[in-house]
Design a protein around this ligand. Structure first.
Ligand code: SF4
Ligand code: SF4
Length: 104
């Protein structure tokens, strides 16, 4: 990974994925993913709001196709609120899986 670039004002720009790497999480298997989306609904979505609201960049449009990665989720719930198309099914991860907001 390239070193961080300095930005105006002397503040270092840190890529979101690198920042989130400081969180600890235990990722459940794909068949137990705590969030799922329905590709056939996403294919016809008029706005792709999920790609703007997710703080962990779990949603991306790649060559027109919505790609979702539950593995990086920080469980904020924004995508469940933002998606008004009925594509997102959202639950909390099964214990003991998910993100832990503590260091050490
Ligand atoms: S907002 Fe909902 S329907 Fe639209 S792309 Fe995102 S998950 Fe799919
Ligand atoms: S719950 Fe938050 S972090 Fe997880 S996928 Fe949805 S918007 Fe992204």
């Amino acid at each position: 990974m390239a070193p961080p670039e300095p930005v105006a004002g002397g503040t270092e720009f840190i890529e979101i994925k690198r920042r989130l790497a400081t969180l600890r999480s235990t990722i459940d298997s794909r068949e137990h993913a705590h969030i799922t989306v329905r590709p056939e609904i996403c294919a016809a979505c008029p706005h792709s709001r999920c790609t703007f609201v997710c703080p962990a960049s779990c949603y991306e449009r790649i060559e027109g196709r919505l790609v979702f990665r539950y593995e990086d989720c920080v469980e904020c719930g924004a995508c469940d609120i933002a998606c008004d198309q009925g594509s997102v099914t959202w639950t909390l991860p099964r214990g003991p899986y998910g993100v832990r907001y503590a260091y050490g």
